[in-house]
Design a protein around this ligand. Structure first.
Ligand code: FES
Length: 176
């Protein structure tokens, strides 16, 4: 009786191993199939986005979207422009100092004016401005983060700069 029990147990064991192997093979194939047709989705930050209406921005600098969207919104006496908060030296994020009326980059000390001109430090280029327009359906400002204004600056005693009027053109400026 004992021999029979042992034989059955051994047979059951091998049967289990066999079916387990087959199940693992099919399971692996099914998983590969699933991953092939339903791959992980990589969600990138949206590069075209809305930032509210022009009336939301009084004269001066707004840092409302700096953290979430990496942009500053500036209204001067003529209209609005949106500047990208990426230092043109090595890509750090400058900080705005109200008392100095300037952006200072914490990495290597570049200094930018509120217009984006370089007032000091190693930055070889001005701050970018992003393309903007008004959405006719809801009146909000639409920012295209990837479409950037990058004029050639002139070196002066005050640093690298461009004539402001030449920067205040569509689609990088809204006369609103
Ligand atoms: S990254 Fe801004 S000064 Fe170097």
């Amino acid at each position: 009786m004992k021999d029979i029990d042992e034989t059955i147990t051994r047979r059951d064991f091998f049967s289990l191993v066999g079916w387990g192997g087959i199940a693992a093979t099919f399971g692996g194939s099914a998983y590969s199939f699933y991953k092939f047709y339903f791959p992980n989705v990589l969600y990138e930050t949206q590069k075209v986005f809305k930032i509210g209406k022009p009336s939301d921005y009084p004269e001066g600098l707004s840092e409302k979207w700096k953290k979430e969207r990496q942009v500053w919104v500036v209204r001067n006496e003529r209209g609005i422009y949106v500047m990208i908060s990426i230092c043109r030296h090595l890509g750090c994020t400058p900080n705005w100092f109200q008392d100095k009326q300037a952006f200072l980059c914490p990495c290597h000390g570049s200094i930018f004016s509120i217009e984006g001109n370089v007032l000091g430090g190693p930055s070889p280029r001005l701050l970018w401005r992003a393309a903007i327009k008004i959405d006719p359906t809801d009146g909000q400002i639409v920012v295209d983060f990837n479409h950037r204004q990058d004029p050639d600056p002139v070196s002066t005693e005050q640093g690298l700069r461009v004539d402001e009027a030449s920067r205040e053109v569509e689609p990088f400026f809204l006369n609103v």
